[in-house]
Design a binder for this molecule. Sequence first.
Ligand code: ATP
Length: 225
Amino acid sequence: MTGAVIEVSDLVVRYGTATALDRVGLTVEAGEAVALIGPNGAGKTSLVNAILGVLRPAAGRARVRGRAALVPEGRQMFDDLTVADNLALGAWRRRRERGARDTARVYEVLPRLAELKDRRAGSLSGGEQQMVAFGRALMADPDVLVVDELSLGLAPLVTAGLAGHLRALNAERGLAVLLIEQNARLALDLCARGYVLEAGRIRAEGTAAELASGSAVADAYLGGA
Ligand code: ATP
């Protein structure tokens, strides 16, 4: 696939009289990894919901070409189901025989999941659960993966391991990624390009290097580094 897989333009989202997103524009090209950085309450979840079509914008549009799959904030597993059953739920819209092929493909990309497949999801560590959430999203054979807070609640070493998987999926398999993160250092390390969302508006955009050296991002998100 070539061209934009996610195209957001002049997007406005309101809750009652409160404006959560104010004329937001963002693009993810096929095969690209793009970061969306912003503090709590900036409107990141609203943007994800608009992209996935579960929220109706007041104005503007959010368009996805191909298939988008979400790795949701907080993982959202079915704790009492096994890892394998949680993965199967990621393929609920696909035919059964395809589901089996998709499972094999996911185990190939994330071999640790094959080892864990009969475990109850609720018994896994946070990092393992995040890997299940990744696997479940990959079951949809997406063109673009939307990752909402990769690092949330995970130890740095665990986050680094997951980041490695994400990097490989992007670099080796050409999977486009929109990575939504409060951890700007991680996001700019993984992604070539990014946007900074603050109080519902895009405050900065550019290459990872530009954003990292820009004073607004450096001061606010990288501890002045
Ligand atoms: P967080 O990282 O804390 O989830 P966020 O960047 O994802 O934050 P959103 O959840 O999109 O931000 O929220 C953006 C703004 O819209 C916030 O001010 C929030 O309080 C408000 N908001 C979100 N959902 C609703 C809702 N259902 N009703 C009213 N206000 C909402």
